[in-house]
Design a protein around this ligand. Structure first.
Ligand SMILES: Cc1ncc(COP(=O)(O)O)c(C=O)c1O
Length: 353
């Protein structure tokens, strides 16, 4: 490197986002986007954007969205903070709670952005392994971390821990607990009750998955009003733009479309899971819009998982492969449309013979 940067910036490789192929006629199941379009109300709101909204700075707090989201969740607008995607909240939280003497802790394997953000703040990252069934590790409560993150449902496993266990964790921790619920729209339960009960819980929500708006970059925090007030001090003054506020507000107001969209993905997830199992994959029960498929012993050798991934890519079908211990016998596959899922299953059948 050049020698101009802080040591920790020189040291880290940075986060590697999933591959974004240029062609649009490919089967793209590698970055957990929703395969269906956003609500028509979002496109109407986009058409209604006026020049005046672009000339002026946006509302720093995105109050129109806060009010709409508060209504949906049965909380007050003061319990909501808008973010430039859920990733923005992760970055704000680590800057707000952590430094060299104030570690972050989280179970692993999980979202690989957490250690990158921790490194940038010179903050020690305490990684506690999940057990084989991906239960919440008992050691998480004893770390003394300033911030504990639990991704629930977890990525890349798709598994969920019960809300009751998160309640016990929140109760026992001395620091803040951020529950990364980026995928919770596809799960049976969420942690909203914890925000009412505990003053140290922050829920992360994203409009990228359940609302089909990954390109918009919009997420939000739900937490006790005092926690939100602290986080607001750390965020960029105008962290969400005027167009994003207007479109995200339209999206969250259209709960009927959102519910139908999520139900379609959940139904397709069940069919995809069964299809993969019938090809000899072991598939964990998923509470997300992706599945983690382990290539069973029957297929593991001689066709290694990396090769299956390559063979799929050759057919313009993109899934995610993590070439790291513990995950290198698995493929993470986003739930696509019915047709995309069928194409994937047909290709796998051909590749595996
Ligand atoms: C576990 C997890 N958390 C948070 C995010 C952030 O989502 P976004 O910044 O698109 O809202 C992602 C994105 O894929 C994720 O996988």
């Amino acid at each position: 490197m050049m020698g101009y940067f802080r040591d920790n910036v020189e040291r880290i490789a940075g986060y590697t986002p999933g591959f974004q192929p240029k062609a649009t006629d490919v089967v793209k199941l590698n970055t957990n986007e929703n395969p269906y379009p956003p609500s028509p109300e979002v496109m109407r709101a986009l058409a209604d954007i006026r020049a005046e909204q672009l000339r002026r700075y946006p509302d720093p707090l995105g109050n129109a969205f806060r009010e709409a989201a508060a209504q949906v969740h049965g909380v007050a607008p003061e319990n909501i903070m808008c973010c430039n995607g859920g990733d923005d909240l992760l970055s704000i939280a680590i800057r707000a709670f952590c430094d060299i003497g104030r570690p972050v802790a989280y179970p692993v394997p999980t979202y690989t952005l957490y250690p990158v953000l921790a490194n940038l703040e010179d903050c020690p990252a305490i990684e506690i392994p999940f057990d084989e069934q991906f239960n919440l590790p008992a050691g998480l409560v004893k770390t003394g971390a300033a911030l504990t993150i639990v991704c629930n449902p977890n990525a890349p496993t798709g598994t969920c821990v019960p809300v009751e266990e998160l309640a016990s964790l929140a109760d026992e921790l001395t620091g803040a607990l951020l529950i990364d619920e980026a995928y919770v729209d596809f799960a049976d339960r969420n942690g909203i009750e914890l925000v009412r009960e505990f003053d140290n819980v922050i829920l992360l929500r994203s409009l990228s998955k359940g609302y089909s708006l990954a390109g918009l970059r919009f997420g939000y925090a739900i937490a006790h009003a005092d926690l939100i007030a602290g986080l607001v001090k750390v965020k960029d003054s105008y962290n969400v733009d005027a167009v994003a506020i207007a479109l995200a507000t339209a999206a969250i107001r259209d709960q009927a479309y959102f519910k139908t969209n999520v139900a379609k993905v959940r139904a397709d997830r069940a069919i995809l899971t069964e299809g993969l199992k019938s090809l000899g994959f072991e598939v964990l029960d998923s509470s997300t819009n992706f599945v983690l498929a382990t290539v069973g012993a029957k297929h593991f050798s001689p066709l290694r998982v990396g090769q299956i991934y390559e063979e799929l890519a050759r057919r313009d079908i993109y899934v995610r492969y993590f070439d790291v211990p513990g995950l290198d016998d698995k493929l993470r596959i986003s739930v696509g449309t019915k047709q995309q899922n069928e194409k994937l299953l047909a290709a796998l059948k051909e590749i595996l013979g």
